[in-house]
Design a protein around this ligand. Structure first.
Ligand SMILES: [Zn+2]
Ligand SMILES: [Zn+2]
Length: 242
């Protein structure tokens, strides 16, 4: 308790000295890792009703077990997938610089969103694993944005962070303009496990920044389960609303 109070005190002093700004528009804000009210209004948080399996937001509450048509048809291998935000113009102002413009300083604010909404899901995991980049893309981009999120989440919640268990074995073309079927083919057999002992009988939480059709997280989950994970949950910062 004393420790928490001390941390809060230090944070207030640091904020006073550093004059924190909104990470999107640079206007002054009260605390570090805080988005200003104007930018916050552009973020669309996903709330119920949504598909109990893949987390896809529903326009209307539906009766029954609350699973979307896509999940009924395909039954994704993960236990559940959840996302904090709808992928819209507002969140792009955070995600695109984080992913492509070296704005690794955004890790803190993005993890705060994930922790605020899904702390219990994160705490439930034994092992936290990021969706990996292929070595060539990692070399060009210099960092894996999903690994930054997974590392920070694991550190805060005292879970095990395993960035090298799941590997991307072939460089897959960017999926920007692909449809569902093309994405499934694109990631088919693109992942492998390097050290199955680290996930055997473990509850795995897979972290990614954006979920689009779910093809990547489904393929990763399949490989993790085959290697012995007891279950796989998926947590992404945002998802495309189809
Ligand atoms: Zn702002
Ligand atoms: Zn679904």
């Amino acid at each position: 308790m004393k420790n928490a109070r001390l941390k809060r005190m230090i944070k207030s002093i640091v904020d006073f000295i550093l004059l924190p700004v909104c990470p999107i528009c640079n206007c002054p804000v009260d605390e570090t890792n805080m988005v200003c009210a104007h930018c916050f209004k552009e973020l669309h948080f996903i709330t119920k009703p949504y598909c109990q399996k893949c987390g896809k937001p529903f326009e209307f509450d539906i009766k029954g077990d609350g699973v979307c048509a896509g999940c009924l048809k395909k039954n994704p291998p993960y236990r559940m997938a959840r996302s904090v935000l709808v992928y819209n113009e507002g969140v792009k102002k955070l995600v695109l610089p984080f992913k492509h413009a070296d704005r690794t300083d955004l890790t803190g604010v993005l993890c705060q969103f994930l922790l605020k909404e899904y702390k219990s899901l994160i705490m439930d995991a034994d092992v936290i694993i990021p969706v990996p980049l292929h070595i060539t893309r990692l070399f060009l981009r210099r960092y894996n944005q999903s690994a930054l999120l997974a590392h920070r989440l694991a550190k805060v919640t005292h879970r095990r962070f395993e960035p090298s268990v799941l590997k991307r074995t072939r460089a897959t073309p960017s999926q920007g303009h692909m449809n569902t079927k093309q994405r499934e083919l694109n990631v088919h057999k693109a992942f492998a496990i390097s050290n199955p002992k680290k996930i055997e009988n473990k509850k795995v939480l897979l972290i990614d920044d954006v979920m689009t059709t779910g093809a990547t997280v489904c393929e990763c989950s399949k490989v993790l389960l085959k290697a012995g994970a007891s279950h796989v949950d998926v947590l992404t910062l945002c998802r495309v609303k189809h």
